[in-house]
Design a protein. Structure first.
Length: 261
């Protein structure tokens, strides 16, 4: 009798858990639901995308420290067993035509803090590519690059500079990203400022939505991932000033505020 009751109650418990999540899962994309089901079965999923077009990268090799080597499927997913220990794990992504990218993932209590990254295709010499990824909310974060006294690159101001040295490669308005800007040639005499604007919550000085977005800025240059910034946590404001470029050098700022630069 007990041999029958045991499995019955386990199935009942699983059913109750699934029922409790039904309303939440119904609002999520199919791929995100699949990742959560995989997590229930003891696997985490790292999602890899092309920074230029937002499409999944299939056939990429993903090496995860102390875990192993995996290959992304047609949806850009690399699934791997949940490590027994919490912490940061080094990751290396490789695929021909893309920049070999070294980064880390954070795993706590069997869950990944952020499970997606957009990888840059190879760049021409001297070019810089800035990539914004974030979570489902806010729906619309916008990348802005201003060359002070000259031009403003964004979805609404100018998508390509007059001298063709800078362009907005991709705009995203429904969450996640990527949103990407490429600087083909830096003016060593010019000054630039790069910031992220929470368009969804614009002008809401007390909003913490941007701070909670898990937004990440990655800067690719000279065949590598040069910088990787996470949005500051527990901070109010709708503008994240990430960095400036002065005399050809990238100068980190990494501050959220309630005013635009």
């Amino acid at each position: 009798m007990n041999k029958i009751i045991g499995p019955f109650f386990r199935l009942l418990l699983i059913g109750l858990i699934l029922l409790a999540h039904t309303n939440i899962w119904a609002q999520k994309p199919q791929r995100e639901m699949e990742d959560e089901f995989a997590e229930l079965e003891g696997e985490l999923t790292l999602n890899i995308f092309n920074a230029l077009d937002g499409k999944p990268i299939a056939g990429g090799v993903v090496w995860i420290e102390k875990v192993g080597e995996f290959v992304t499927d047609e949806e850009g997913k690399a699934r791997f067993p949940i490590p027994p220990e919490d912490g940061f794990y080094n990751v290396i992504f490789k695929k021909e035509g893309f920049i070999e990218t070294h980064f880390n993932i954070e795993i706590t209590a069997g869950t990944m803090f952020f499970d997606r990254i957009s990888i840059s295709p190879a760049l021409t010499a001297g070019a810089v590519r800035v990539v914004l990824d974030w979570s489902a909310e806010p729906r619309d974060l916008d990348a802005h690059l201003v060359k002070i006294g000259n031009y403003h690159i964004s979805y609404r101001d100018k998508r390509v500079s007059d001298d063709k040295t800078v362009q907005l490669d991709r705009d995203d308005t429904d969450g996640y990203g990527p949103e990407t800007i490429t600087i083909n040639k830096i003016d060593s005499k010019g000054e630039y400022v790069f910031f992220v604007h929470d368009f969804t919550n614009q002008n809401k000085a007390n909003s913490t939505a941007l701070s909670k977005s898990k937004a990440c800025i990655r800067v690719y240059y000279a065949g590598q991932l040069l910088y990787n910034w996470r949005v500051p946590l527990k901070t109010k404001g709708f503008c994240w000033e990430v960095f400036r470029i002065q005399q050809g050098n990238i100068v980190p700022v990494n501050q959220i505020r309630a005013t635009l630069p």
